[in-house]
Design a binder for this molecule. Structure first.
Ligand code: X6L
Ligand code: MG
Ligand code: MG
Length: 163
C-alpha cells in the first residue's frame, strides 16, 4: 500500500455536495482506502481570477493502484460528477489532482509528481498541512510551505463537514 494525497476543488453549483459526493465515490474505488480528510476551505480563485470562489480540501489515501491507475480513477470520479473540460483553469464542478504518490518523483507529461504547482498554492498547502505537516516537497516541509504561502485567499469553513 502506498500513501498518497489528493487535492479536491469545486466552484460551480452545490460545491460542498460535489466534494462530499467525490469523497464517497473515492471510497468506492477498488484499491483505494481513504484514511483522512482535511477541513474544507473557501479559497479565492488563482490562475483565472474572474470566476467564483472555490471550496478546497485534501484527502489522504492508501492505495494498491499504480499512479496511472489512480489518475484514471480520479478522472472517472470527475466525469461522474459532471466535469467538463472547456475553459483552461476555468470553473468546474469537481477537480481532483494527485498531489503526491508516496515519495515518487515523476516528470512524465501525463502525470507530474509531486504536483508541479503544489509548493506555491495556499489552497492546497493549507489543507495538506493539516494532514501531513512534515511531508517533504522539493526540500521543504508542507508546514513550512504553508506558512510561506501566508494562507493568501484561504478561509476555513468549519460549518461544512465532509467525510
Ligand atoms: C500565473 C500563471 C499564475 C498561472 C498562476 C494558478 C494556473 C493556478 C493554474 C497560474 C495558475 C492554476 C483552483 C484555483 C484553479 C482551485 C483555487 C490552477 C488551476 N484551481 N483556485 N484555480 N482553487 N482557489 O482548486 O490551480 S485552476
Ligand atoms: Mg487543480
Ligand atoms: Mg486537475
Amino acid at each position: 500500500m502506498t500513501p498518497a494525497y489528493l487535492g479536491l476543488g469545486s466552484n460551480l453549483g452545490d460545491r460542498a455536495k460535489y466534494l462530499a459526493d467525490a469523497v464517497r465515490l473515492l471510497r468506492t474505488l477498488a484499491g483505494v482506502r481513504v484514511t483522512a480528510i482535511s477541513p474544507v476551505y473557501e479559497t479565492k480563485p488563482v490562475g483565472l481570477v474572474d470566476q467564483p470562489d472555490f471550496l478546497n480540501l485534501v484527502v489522504a489515501i492508501e492505495t494498491d493502484l499504480a499512479p496511472t491507475q489512480l489518475l484514471a480513477g480520479c478522472q472517472g470520479v470527475e466525469n461522474a460528477l459532471g466535469r467538463k473540460r472547456d475553459v483552461r483553469w476555468g470553473p468546474r464542478t469537481l477537480d481532483i489532482d494527485m498531489l503526491c504518490y508516496g515519495d515518487l518523483i515523476s516528470t512524465s507529461p501525463e502525470l507530474t509528481l509531486p504536483h508541479p504547482r503544489l509548493a506555491e498554492r495556499a489552497f492546497v498547502l493549507v489543507p495538506l498541512a493539516t494532514l501531513a505537516p512534515g511531508l517533504m516537497v522539493g526540500g521543504n516541509t508542507v508546514s513550512e510551505l504553508a506558512t510561506a504561502s501566508h494562507r493568501t485567499g484561504v478561509r476555513e469553513c468549519p460549518e461544512i463537514r465532509i467525510g
